[in-house]
Design a binder for this molecule. Structure first.
Ligand code: SF4
Ligand code: SF4
Ligand code: FES
Length: 242
């Protein structure tokens, strides 16, 4: 079977050269077996246009760097096979995040802000005793914590979220998933009222419309629907007690 010729229509804009307005640029490439969008982008950069900006680190759907809009949907370029698409593929940078250039966005600053805002570390009343033996955690609890920990901070759930696109401070599914992680951790001594201060607002769980685009777009298949419902239930009860 003859290989297809793919046409990539790619968003171009470099904030360092604002005199060149944002525009779409087309590149053609022969498809190879098992080609991912990431492989295609690398070839375009190597063979046709060294100025093309996009991010990657792991090439294995682990680091979350290569997320972008592929035909309008947030996806990881390194996990997306070109054979699942027609011969025309449109690539845009993720919305919500600050544009670095072309397909590259700054998710790092956004997620750092999220960690600070959700106070994403163990809050304990226990005095640290360096001589104490490590405490065992039962497997079921460890697995419950491990599940939300699988977030790779790619930003796909945020980019596809209606609220995050209009409300700058919305924590999004990634933020609420992060809070859920600490809620199930018995070492964290925060009360429901303390969590309410963090997520009991329209910037947190009450700004969520519940239409679950986040759940559809998460490349690690995190059970975001379940995590959001868990946080919402807890915060509704905490709100009633206030
Ligand atoms: S369910 Fe909530 S967090 Fe998920 S995409 Fe919709 S509004 Fe955003
Ligand atoms: S929850 Fe899923 S989609 Fe959202 S940042 Fe984490 S891995 Fe990406
Ligand atoms: S390059 Fe790491 S997730 Fe795609």
């Amino acid at each position: 079977m003859k290989n297809r010729t793919l046409t990539f229509s790619i968003f171009r804009y470099n904030p360092a050269t604002p005199e060149i307005k944002p525009h779409m640029q087309s590149y053609q490439l022969d498809e190879t077996t098992g080609m991912t969008v990431f492989v295609a982008l690398n070839r375009i950069r190597e063979e046709q246009d060294p100025s093309l900006m996009f991010d990657f680190v792991c090439r294995a759907a682990i680091c979350g760097s290569c997320a972008m809009l592929i035909n309008g949907k947030p996806r990881l370029a390194c996990k997306t096979l070109t054979r699942d698409y027609g011969s025309k593929i449109t690539l845009m940078p993720l919305p919500v995040f600050k544009l670095i250039g072309d397909l590259s966005v700054d998710t790092g600053t956004w997620f750092r802000h999220l960690s600070i805002k959700t106070r994403a570390w163990i809050h304990t009343n226990k005095e640290f005793d360096p001589k104490a033996l490590e405490e065992r955690m039962d497997n079921a609890t460890a697995l419950e914590i491990y599940e939300p920990e699988r977030c790779i901070e790619c930003g796909c759930c945020i980019a596809g979220c209606a609220t995050a696109n209009i409300r700058e401070d919305f924590l999004g599914a990634a933020g609420l998933n992060r809070v859920a992680r600490f809620m199930v951790d018995p070492r964290d001594h925060r009360t429901e009222q303390e969590y309410f201060e963090v997520v009991g607002s329209d910037e947190g769980v009450f700004g969520c419309y519940g239409l679950m685009a986040c759940d559809d777009n998460c490349p690690t298949q995190l059970p975001l629907q379940w995590q959001l419902a868990f946080v919402r239930r807890k915060m509704a009860v905490a709100g009633l007690k206030r």
